[in-house]
Design a protein around this ligand. Structure first.
Ligand code: ZN
Ligand code: ZN
Length: 350
């Protein structure tokens, strides 16, 4: 069986691996398709970031590891004590692996699990024909949701969690800095949550266009001038947005997010930072802005599935290419590094 394994920075290899055997409480999923995530790309271009190379995390696994966590597939095999699924059932898997036992897990905050791991980083993922997953993290996919929509539930859930963490309320004005897969998911979810207007700051024209298709009110290019000023000028009274979302992971967009939010507003940080950011914290302290971090999802999966099943979410604009596992490096990872602004989500079929 083929699997795309991360050995090191710029070193992804399509290798032959044995068909995995599901252990206690696990299921084996035959992968239908799997999206390339920004975090996969970070690991390829700049990693290791989350992939353990020195000491094993809770999962006990280290590189080399098969990447891929945004997938849909069918249950192929059940391990002992995994009765919740049926063979052949179409499923997606919550990729945030948690222990279920630590202080945070028992307190209802599993995203803070002391042993938090990530499928496709700390355990073999789904750029492969088969992937093992804990049965407890499996979600059946309703018939009205297509495979491609289902493969997008993971990044959309990141967006939904960010919107929920931000406390955005109906009628609020929002700004989303960065219109990659996560930023575009935030745009869609902020709209569904009742945002009165959603402004976007994004350099790539194709992505600004996608943002408008996903429901953005107006999209600004930071090269047109001071981006925060453009956003503030578009908000009521020129005060700035009630809620800002940083979806890039660099100093500049973070500062744009802070400065385009209104005094007393909230800035939600969803970007993954490759290096520490420089921020003038007087911009937070003096006008009492609130900074919140947001990672992953938990109860967000079923919500996104319900939105998709009810037809309230058109995610078609998010898929920009469909490729085969054999071509994943050249037409997937390298293509994203060359032409990131042209793409949102590339789906890989094994
Ligand atoms: Zn992802
Ligand atoms: Zn835990």
């Amino acid at each position: 069986l083929k699997a795309l394994r991360w050995h090191g920075r710029k070193d992804l290899r399509l290798e032959d691996v044995d068909r995995p055997q599901p252990g206690e409480g696990e299921v084996l999923v035959a992968v239908t398709c799997c999206g390339i995530c920004g975090s996969d790309l970070h690991e390829y271009a700049e990693g290791p970031i989350f992939i353990p190379v020195d000491s094993p995390p809770g999962t006990g696994r280290m590189a080399p590891v098969t990447l891929g966590h945004e997938f849909v597939g069918r249950i192929a095999e059940l391990g002992p004590g995994a009765p919740v699924c049926a063979i052949g059932e179409r499923v997606i898997v919550d990729a945030c692996l948690r222990c279920g036992e630590c202080w945070y897990c028992s307190g209802g905050e599993p995203m803070l699990c002391e042993k938090l791991g990530f499928l496709g980083m700390m355990q073999d993922g789904a750029f492969a024909q088969y992937v093992l997953a804990p049965a407890a993290l499996v979600h059946p996919v309703p018939d009205s949701v297509t495979d491609e929509e289902a493969a997008l539930v993971e990044p959309l859930s990141v967006g939904l969690r960010g919107v929920r963490r931000s406390g955005l309320k109906a009628g609020d004005t929002a700004v989303v800095v960065g219109a990659g897969p996560i930023g575009l998911g935030v745009v869609a979810m902020a709209r569904r949550a009742g945002a009165g207007a959603v402004f976007v700051v994004e350099r790539a024209e194709a992505r600004r266009q996608k943002a408008l298709e996903m429901g953005a009110t107006e999209a600004f290019d930071p090269d047109w001038g001071d981006a925060a000023e453009q956003v503030r000028a578009a908000t009521p009274g020129g005060r700035g947005a009630d809620v800002a979302f940083e979806c890039v992971g660099h100093s500049d967009p973070l500062n744009v997010a802070i400065q385009s939010s209104r005094p007393g507003g909230t800035v939600a940080v969803l970007g993954v930072f490759g290096a520490p950011a420089t921020v003038d914290f007087n911009q937070v302290m003096a006008v009492q802005r609130t900074l919140v971090g947001s990672l992953g999802y938990v109860e967000d999966y079923p919500r996104v599935l319900r939105l998709l099943a009810s037809g309230q979410l058109d995610v078609g604009p998010l898929i920009t290419a469909r490729i085969h596992l054999e071509d994943a490096v050249t037409s997937g990872f390298d293509e994203l590094l060359r032409n990131q602004g042209q793409h949102v989500k590339i789906l890989v079929a094994p």
